[in-house]
Design a protein around this ligand. Structure first.
Ligand SMILES: Cc1cc2nc3c(=O)[nH]c(=O)nc-3n(C[C@H](O)[C@H](O)[C@H](O)COP(=O)(O)O)c2cc1C
Length: 178
């Protein structure tokens, strides 16, 4: 019998729960592939994230894209813990992060998010700062590996941005097949 401090008393399937405990307490990813999380005000960062996800998929890597604005962030938190690679894409907002991304990062860091490969995409019309802010939070955590170059977009996604997103997808493929 397991009597946890929080939650119901468990009397059956104990090996299942112990296995889950081992997975979660060692912060092992249980899904191969990439989670792309985007925080967009007007939709351009979401479009960039969507294009990146398409490139990753075309490279044969499983990928899921979630938009954060207006969403229940608890689903993004849960998925971020499951995937081995997470791309954070965010619009710059008043010299910082669009609040849903700031909120998500707060929730991830407070739950000891760690042991991930990370990609970064930022958007900003005049002084893009989102990637620097996200990196500053993420690099405080354990075992974080940043993949490829940060992609910076200024407003709508241009052809040259697509090339940079393709390159990031390629870098993600390289580390994913290691
Ligand atoms: C309230 C507000 C604050 C912003 N602050 C910044 C900023 O500090 N630096 C910057 O480069 N762009 C800033 N922007 C511009 C957005 O980052 C830019 O429009 C970006 O393309 C938005 O991405 P999205 O289309 O994904 O929403 C701001 C926009 C808004 C609405």
């Amino acid at each position: 019998m397991i009597c946890p401090l929080h939650g119901p008393i468990l009397t059956e399937n104990l090996s299942y729960f112990l296995e889950k405990y081992n997975d979660w307490s060692s912060y092992r990813a249980d899904k191969k592939g990439v989670l792309v999380l985007s925080a967009s005000i007007y939709g351009n960062t979401d479009k960039a994230a969507c294009y990146l996800a398409q490139c990753i998929r075309e490279n044969g890597i499983p990928v899921k894209h979630m938009t954060l604005a207006g969403a229940d962030l608890s689903y993004a938190v849960a998925e971020a813990f499951r995937y081995e690679t997470v791309v954070f894409a965010c619009a710059t907002y008043d010299g910082g992060l669009f609040p849903c991304m700031e909120n998500l990062l707060y929730r991830l860091t407070s739950k000891n998010f760690q042991n991930k490969k990370i990609g970064l995409v930022e958007n900003g019309s005049w002084a893009p700062m989102a990637a620097g802010k996200m990196k500053a939070e993420l690099e405080k955590l354990s075992l974080m590996e940043f993949v490829g170059q940060t992609v910076t977009i200024k407003g709508a996604v241009q052809e040259e941005d697509k090339e940079k997103l393709k390159e990031l997808a390629q870098n993600i493929k390289t580390i994913s097949v290691e």
